[in-house]
Every structure is written in C-alpha cells, then in structure tokens.
Design a protein around this ligand. Sequence first.
Ligand code: FES
Length: 324
Amino acid sequence: MTSKAKRLTVSGKSYSCEPNETVLDALLRQKVPVPYACRQQICKSCIMRSLNAPPPLEAQKTLRESLKSKNYFLACACIPERDMELALPESLSIQVTAQVNSIDYLNEDIIAILLQCASQVNYTAGQSIMLMNHDNIGKNYYITSPTSLKESGLIEVHIPLVKDGYFSEWVKSELKEGDTVSISCPIGQSFYVPSDMSQPLLLIGFDLGLSPLIGIMQDALENGHTAPIYLFHSVHKKSQLYLADDLREITEYHPNFHYVPCIENEPIVDKGFYQGQAHKVALKMFPDLTEWRAFICGQSEIVKISQKEIYLAGVTTTRYLCLR
Ligand code: FES
C-alpha cells in the first residue's frame, strides 16, 4: 500500500498518481493516450520504461529479463513507490494523420472506420493502433484490414459503442467522413506468419474479438495457406453477429476456409448456426487439436479460459489478443 500521491513525468509534463492508483489509470485519468487492453499483464500493450529508477518488481513479473534490466514495466500493474520519470512506447511518439474514408455500422453496437493515411503505415493485420482526436484523446483498436491493404495507405478498425465511453461517444456523435484523425505506429505480435502452410488454423473470436481475426484470416488466404482455416465466432444473441454474410461469401471462393457462427444465449432455429461459446463448439468439432495453430481474441477472462482448454486439446502455438 502506498499512502502518498506520486508525480509522474512524461516528456517534461507532470501528472499526479493517487495512492494505490496504477500508472495506467493515472495517465488515462489525465487524458494521456496510452495503449492498453487486458489490464492483467497478459497483452503487454501498456509497456513503458522508467527513466529514473527501477520500477516495482510486481509491474515487471511477466516481462523478459532483457526488458526488466532496462527498467521496462507494465503500467497496468505499476503502483509507483516513488516519483517516476517515464518514457512512453516509441510507437506513440510517431503519429500519422489519416482521413476518414468511410464510416459504417456493422450492427447497432459496432462502427467500422476506414482511414486513408497521409503516408504509408507499416502494419500487419492483428496489430493495434492508437486512434486520436484533435484533443489528443485516443483509444487503442485492433487493425481489421488485411496487411495487403497497407500498400494503398488504407487501414480499417472496428469501434464498439461503449456505454459512457468517451471516445466511442465522440466517434458516434462527432466523427464524420472526410475528418482528420491521428494514428500511432502499430504494435503487437499476434499476427499471421506464413511459415507452415499445411498447419490447420483455428481462429476463435468472442463478440468484437472477431474483428482482428478477419484480417488474420485474409492474410492467411492471401499467402496461399493450404490447410483448413476454421473461424469460430460466438456472440450472446444472433442480432450481435456481424459480417456473417461476407464471411459466408468468402467460404464460397476458398474451400479451405470455414466460418462457424455460434450463439451462446438463444436457442438455435436456423441451419448453419451452432449453440455455445466459440471455443466449446470448436472443441466439440475437433477434440484433438494437435498440430493446430490458434488465435484467440476477446475479453481477457474468456481468452484465458479458452486458451487453457485448447492447450489441453493439443494446440501447438497460440496467439491471443485481448479486448478492453
Ligand atoms: S498488460 Fe497492461 S493492459 Fe495488458
């Protein structure tokens, strides 16, 4: 327990950190755009560096030794023991302006935004960017466009409309086609690598967790992945499914791609839908996942649970992406 407020200094500016407040919460409270997702030391998106002293050990416990020795730490787990001088990820200092090309509602809770970047951004589907408005308030979103789209300077993100979420409210009520925003450099290591084309791919998405998996799936297909690619997507109610028709259409052109929409809390009346959480349906269909490569995306709790279950079924490699 720390009983006194601490000072955080970032790029010469000073911010307060209340007793028992994490560095992440303190910076977000004072409108400093910092990427984050899981808040559980899983995704590592909130990594930053202490410049004046070693950070608390608790905030480093899931990092590699090489990062620990350079005083890197995870802001979501760091309750400062002293005043700290911080360096935010380099990716945040490099910003590119982008014009809003189109805004589309995928369902009543999710908005797809296509951005035309002023200069090419070197991204890979599955990474995330910080999207910022003119007040420098921003939020982290996964890239949903396939990597090939970067050649034309385009990048797509899906934004969930969160109740009382300042940024999504701003997007919904103020952002228009033709407006300009800023984006940070992409970060993240959970993307498709064209290594073993004969290894089956398992993509498991919960709710908005479908979005980055679409780009990852497209990357696999565009790279000529020959093994089966199964995309399981579960939502609570059927009305929450999105892009289902587009995904079904892709299965017509790519016989090795399979789309499995799953409904958790409603009875199944239509053919082609499955009952239950995405990972449970996947495990029922494929109890032995030895040799499979998996990507899981959703809220951190369900990602953790499903990761464990598919690991026990024999999956060799898992990449996970956490939503917040
Ligand atoms: S590790 Fe800090 S937000 Fe995920």
